[in-house]
Design a protein. Structure first.
Lengths: 333, 503
């Protein structure tokens, strides 16, 4: 039985990042006794929640063979819309509904553009990134808008003693895993990401699934926007800049392949936590703020290099197998 | 058994089935009946229309004309899942990153959209795999299975849908001898179940092993049909090849003594211990079926694929082959897919022609920056090769396939090579351009260039080559000189399953 658990554990694609996170955590706890306190760990999870939630959406997009550069802009647009509506109307139901509908809509638009025009998702979402961000600045007149103090509940409040962002992350995490492993959509996402040709030949609803994953990416960016807005207390012009890098890095670190077809929700969340841990560690070491980006980029590079090397090794193995088959076919020794 | 089969009404009847692509008929007036428990061989050379026929019957293509009857009902277009027809294509359509169970039931995932019943999917896959007699775990990722098991999974997947007709397109090309026998045993059991099977293969032994009846296609036309027991292998091969063999033949000059290329003991994952030579002024044809390893061989010579062995160009052994290294020694490779691998479609003909020899045109003096003589050279090639283009500044993408191929050929000729390797030099090219290209190739040989020509178009090889070597499943299995060319023997050698003869 332990054998079974061990075997199924080693098959998990998120295992490497989980081990790396544990090692990093252990290292940090020896460097600083403040690290392994309950409040610090909790704060790390809260800090990770925004990128982790977005990473779950991005995992779906990347598994389907796409990429979404515009998530940071969707986050910014949603924040702007919410803050502006709250300032103008003061109605929470209206602002929440508008924020969620709008973020879903922007994601849908990404998906429709990708499907309808068949342009590479990278270029499509690079364009919408600029459009969404520009539109948001236009909408708010580039001003900082505070949100009412009660909003803070979403960012810093607690239910049953658990911070709300962690609860939200947990909920979305469970839904994400369920959607990926138990629904038709989940299978189709991986199938389409693996082989467009086969998906076409099998008659899978490629267009609908593609649009759906971008919409999922959009709505999760919207939810993240609300948490972030609550945590920082209002709209600021810098919100969401560069966050797409962190989100994509979290997904890739988590063991999802940029080529699509395979990936994990769990790994993406752990990847997001890992990146926060790195920041946390650098912070504990009083590192210069300029070092952060260098370290993040370096970590991502190492992760993809390791992945590439193992892929090359697999390729070589396949080639050897093929040679062996060829010899067998001809009855050669 | 066969006699009782013909008494029951046919499960599939095809009447006057035709398909035209862009005005060009690819399949014409095809008619046959298929009964339950019957296996029909669909044979023909590459490009005879087998794939188009397959795609019409399994619903991927809509026929231009004719009708398909299933159990007496007529349909304009087949709906594969509703009609119980499925095809296993030569190129597998499995999702490598999905599990076996996920792959097998991807068409009809059990349960609801928001809750797939994985237990049921697993059970369905297990039952099917048990029936096929293969110990494959439904829970493993397909990528971890070998080619043989993947083929079985693909068949299992098709069988979940096919309760009437199963189409198998070259199902054995990636199988070892043992796996092939297992597959045939499975087919026998499917026959007993009353399934009708269309079996597309080049391998005559297999056809006689599994099939009851046959339909022969040539150039899209049905040139023969009947019971296999009444047709000899020779007669089938004769029908496939037709009478057109040995008609037009190019006048060739004798090759020189000097060698242009020597390949010794070349091995890779796709071929084994390949040896051959090409003399200067000689045209060597490499014949074989698709998947025999011919393109891989050509690519390996130019370092595009990893391989071990010796490649000698002229007198010099190339230690680390690469396209650039080969080019420096005057050897060039003209790949099969010209759009993908060769031409810059949105650039003018002039630039495409000079691309490989650009160094010759670059003037070194600062005063006259630019490419001297490029226009002149391009105009000369266009003229020499009879390329139909309004102006050399027109984009290559605007030209017809034949003229595009000529541009690609012309580009390499601009480098004044001593060795050229062609992969399918006239694929998808009209007859006039084909004629021009063949002439150009024979002129090259006359000028002392060594030519290797990989082609699936056997008449083309018979027409243009001094010598033909035959490749089968990664090995050279025979060689023919021009005076002993025999289309039927070449085809038979390429497609036989026996031990290779010594070359």
């Amino acid at each position: 039985m332990y054998d079974d658990i061990f075997r199924s554990l080693t098959r998990q694609k998120w295992l490497p990042i989980a081990l790396a996170t544990i090692v990093l955590g252990a290292t940090l706890s020896t460097v600083s006794p403040a690290f392994l306190t309950f409040s610090n760990l909790e704060s790390i999870l809260v800090q990770s929640s925004v990128t982790a939630i977005m990473a779950i959406g991005m995992a779906f997009v990347i598994m389907s063979g796409g990429i979404d550069i515009s998530v940071g802009a969707i986050l910014f647009f949603t924040s702007a819309l919410f803050a502006q509506l709250m300032m103008d109307t003061g109605s929470y139901p209206l602002a929440f509904a508008a924020a969620l509908a709008c973020s879903t809509g922007l994601g849908l638009l990404n998906g429709i553009l990708v499907v309808r025009f068949g342009i590479s998702p990278l270029i499509t979402t690079l364009a919408t990134y600029s459009i969404y961000r520009g539109a948001a600045i236009h909408l708010t007149g580039a001003q900082n808008i505070p949100v009412p103090r009660e909003m803070g509940f979403l960012g810093n409040g607690e239910i049953w003693g658990i911070p709300v962002p962690i609860l939200l992350l947990g909920l979305i995490f469970v839904i994400g895993i369920y959607a990926l492993t138990q629904t038709r959509l989940g299978v189709y996402v991986r199938a389409i990401g693996n082989s467009d040709r086969s998906a076409r030949e099998s008659g899978l609803p490629i267009a609908r699934v593609t649009i759906a994953v971008y919409a999922i990416g959009g709505v999760l960016a919207g939810i993240s926007a609300l948490i972030l807005l609550a945590r920082v207390g209002g709209l600021q012009s810098g919100i969401g800049i560069g966050i797409e890098f962190t989100v994509i890095a979290a997904v890739i670190l988590g063991g999802t392949k940029l080529t699509g077809g395979t990936g994990t929700v769990t790994g993406s969340v752990i990847g997001a936590v890992f990146l926060v841990l790195i920041d946390n560690g650098l912070n504990l070491m009083n590192a210069s703020p300029y070092i952060y980006d260098i370290v993040r980029g370096g970590v991502l590079l190492v992760a993809v290099a390791v992945d590439r090397i193992s892929a090359l090794r697999r390729e070589r193995q396949l080639r050897l197998q093929k040679t062996a088959r060829l010899r067998e076919t001809h009855g050669l020794a | 058994m066969k006699d009782t089969a013909t008494k029951v009404s046919p499960i599939l009847s095809v009447r006057g089935l035709s398909k035209t692509f862009a005005g060009k008929p690819v399949v014409r007036n095809l008619s046959f009946d298929l009964h339950p428990g019957q296996v029909m061989a669909l044979v023909g050379e590459n490009g005879a229309g087998k794939s188009t026929t397959k795609n019409m019957i399994c619903g991927l293509l809509e026929p231009t004309d004719g009708e398909i009857q299933l159990d007496g009902e007529t349909f304009a277009r087949v709906d594969p899942s509703a009609h119980g027809i499925a095809a296993v294509h030569q190129e597998l359509s499995l999702f490598q990153t999905l599990t076996v169970a996920e792959n097998m039931s991807i068409h009809h995932l059990p349960g609801s959209p928001v809750r797939v019943d994985w237990a049921a999917a697993d059970r369905i896959a297990r039952e099917q795999l048990d029936f096929l007699g293969m110990g494959i775990d439904p829970q493993v990722e397909v990528a971890t299975l070998g080619a043989g098991k993947q083929q079985i999974v693909e068949i299992g997947k098709a069988l979940l849908q096919a309760n009437r007709v199963l189409i198998l397109d070259e199902p054995t090309t990636s199988l070892t001898a043992i796996e092939r026998e297992k597959l045939f045993a499975i087919l026998d059991r499917l026959k007993e179940r009353g399934l009708a099977i269309i079996f597309i293969s080049h391998f005559m032994e297999e056809i006689y092993r599994v099939c009851d009846s046959y339909v022969v296609l040539r150039d899209g036309e049905q040139v023969g049909a009947g019971k296999l027991a009444e047709a000899s292998r020779k007669s089938l091969e004769a029908m496939m090849v037709g009478r057109s063999i040995g008609e037009a033949r190019l006048e060739l000059t004798d090759p020189q003594e000097r060698l242009a290329l020597r390949v010794e003991g070349l091995c890779s994952a796709d071929f084994h211990n390949v040896n051959f030579t090409v003399a200067a002024g000689e045209i060597l044809g490499i014949a074989g079926l698709m998947g025999a390893g011919r393109t891989e061989l050509a690519e390996a010579i130019f370092g595009l694929r990893p391989a071990t062995g010796k490649v000698v160009v002229g007198e010099e052994e190339i230690r680390a082959p690469s396209v650039a290294a080969m080019k420096r020694r005057g050897a060039c490779y003209v790949p099969e897919d010209r759009r993908l691998n060769g031409l810059f479609l949105n650039r003018p003909v002039r630039e495409n022609l000079s691309a490989a020899a650009i160094g010759r045109f670059v003037t070194r003096k600062l005063r006259s920056i630019g490419f001297r003589g490029e226009v002149k050279s391009a105009a000369k090639i266009v003229d020499d090769m009879n390329i139909a283009v309004p102006h050399i500044e027109n984009a290559v993408g605007d030209l017809s396939g034949g003229n595009q191929q000529k541009v690609l050929l012309g580009r390499w000729l601009a480098t004044r090579p001593r060795l050229i390797v062609f992969d399918e030099p006239t694929k998808g090219v009209d007859i006039g351009a084909k004629f021009d290209i063949h002439n150009t190739i024979s002129e090259l040989a006359r000028d002392g260039v060594g030519v290797v020509m990989v082609s699936s178009d056997l008449p083309e090889l018979l027409n243009t080559a001094h010598r033909i070597v035959v490749m089968r499943k990664g090995r050279l299995v025979g060689q023919f000189h021009r005076d002993e060319f025999d289309a039927a023997r070449i085809i038979s050698l390429a497609a036989s399953a026996g031990k290779p003869a010594d070359v």
